[in-house]
Design a protein around this ligand. Sequence first.
Ligand code: 13P
Ligand code: SF4
Length: 302
Amino acid sequence: MDIKEEIAQLKQQKDFVILAHYYVDGKVQEIADYVGDSYYLSKVATEIPNKNILFAGVSFMGESAKILNPEKNVYMADSTADCPMAHMIDIDKIEQVRKEYEDVAVVCYVNSTAEIKTHSDVCVTSSNAVKVVRNLKNKYIFFIPDNNLGHYVAQQIPEKEFIFHDGFCHVHKSIEANLVQNAKKIHPDALVLAHPECTGDVLELADFVGSTSQIIDYATESTNEKFIICTEMGVFYELSQKNPDKKFYSVGHRQFCPNMKKISLEKVVEVLRNPTNEIVLEKETIEKANVPLERMLELAEI
Ligand code: 13P
Ligand code: SF4
């Protein structure tokens, strides 16, 4: 039996479902039951019947799945796969801003720890942030932790006042504007598709800005044949699966998230054989962190 057959058999025997983010290796995306962006994966986690979830992604994604489904067991393919941005904000800073501004909503990008979510009013992902923030009544928005996504959202909602934090994604930050300009010179008829975690000068060069799913959908629906992709290279797998005849270019260096790329088929099968790396959170943390996550699901669907 090869590794893929063993994964399929163990999933069935042990009532597991595998969720994978678009940034993990294509081989892992291939064996997953559901693949998507952070928003899709949070939603899907609330709809599946299986008792056990194996998450091929970074810790905040597994934590969100557990918070939204406390009765399920959530296991990480690799317990050390973590997003550095999730740790770039602390509770003292949130408390300080709450004291300074009366009518403030603490808007927390899902790329954050469960503890930070317990101190937030609402969560957002890159695909729903503009919609969710627009649906809030508050005048002031404290957007944590991602500075770039925060500025992107603020640009679309000039009627609100934003307080920004200085968190960032090192992968998207490394996609510099001069690299994008070079790629445009080499491929002048390609459209530039960028994730809102990129810096503002890169977003200005983009023909389209969106989450990983939105980038894939845009390229799939477009009549254009060539695209410069400004996000993590894992999306190239689904882009090519859906569009075998279209051309996708990186900006000329490795757009590589070392944490997402820790996940391999070998680690997936190992966790299925011997379930480890379970997400364990205090009952109180789950209850409090569930509030901003559920609020996001509600406001994103209005
Ligand atoms: P998506 O919201 O497109 O899933 O991207 C978030 C991200 O950076 C995952 O780490
Ligand atoms: Fe975090 Fe960036 Fe990796 Fe996403 S790509 S998990 S934001 S480091």
